[in-house]
Design a protein around this ligand. Structure first.
Ligand code: ATP
Length: 203
């Protein structure tokens, strides 16, 4: 059981997964709520019966998984549907996060939550919060390259998330990800040493 948990967050394409992978390479247990959400809505996932009863068979693929494209379209157009989906998924994601953190065997764990500060129910699980931050221009470029989305769409997603300065103000710790992967690894190493030394002291 790992009692020391660092909550990792950041805007779209800021580098959360890249940072989490670098911590994992150092032996840190990583629990990613996006991965959990994906499993819950995968073939015959735990959330699927509730999703089917709330949304019907239109949101069901032949393999028993959620029709992601259909659901994305629906929740984009219908705020009530979005909150219905969230009310099914969020409690399940939280329960599964707690379960996986309890199972983890490592000096400490990293819990990746894209909307961490919008979900205060995660705060009691966390010793520290870590924000991965980059300039909006860098975010745009990376997401454009990775997803091939038009700039307007990426900007709309960024605008729908917590403003960068507010996220930074709420963070205990920050990793700046405007440069290359070597610079990122150096910062992860520095934070890792800090967490190894300080999380054990009750911080
Ligand atoms: P999302 O919120 O969309 O899940 P994320 O915050 O997890 O994204 P990553 O997937 O880690 O972000 O990074 C976004 C993209 O930018 C990826 O294609 C990744 O390989 C690339 N990337 C991240 N950091 C760097 C870096 N320092 N140098 C070059 N490429 C990077």
């Amino acid at each position: 059981m790992v009692s020391k948990v660092v909550g990792l967050t950041g805007g779209i394409g800021s580098g959360k997964t890249s940072v989490a992978n670098l911590f994992a390479e150092r032996g840190v247990a990583v629990v990613d709520t996006d991965v959990i959400a994906h499993a819950l809505t995968g073939p015959h996932g735990v959330a699927m019966p509730a999703i089917m009863s709330a949304f019907g068979n239109a949101m069901l693929n032949a393999d028993g998984s959620m029709n992601r494209a259909g659901m994305r379209e629906l929740v984009f157009a219908d705020a009530a549907a979005k909150s219905r989906l969230e009310s099914i998924l969020h409690p399940l994601i939280h329960v599964e996060s707690v379960r996986l953190l309890a199972e983890a065997e490592a000096p400490y764990a990293l819990l990746v939550v894209p909307l961490l500060f919008e979900h205060p129910e995660y705060r009691p699980l966390l010793g520290r919060t870590l924000v991965v931050d980059c300039l909006e221009s860098v975010q745009l470029e990376r997401v454009r390259k990775r997803n091939g989305l038009p700039d307007e769409q990426i900007k709309a997603i960024i605008a729908s998330q917590m403003p960068r300065l507010r996220r930074l103000a709420l963070a205990d710790d920050v990793i700046e990800n405007n440069a290359g992967l070597e610079a990122l690894a150096l910062q992860v190493e520095q934070k890792h040493q800090y967490y190894l030394a300080n999380l054990a002291n009750g911080q």
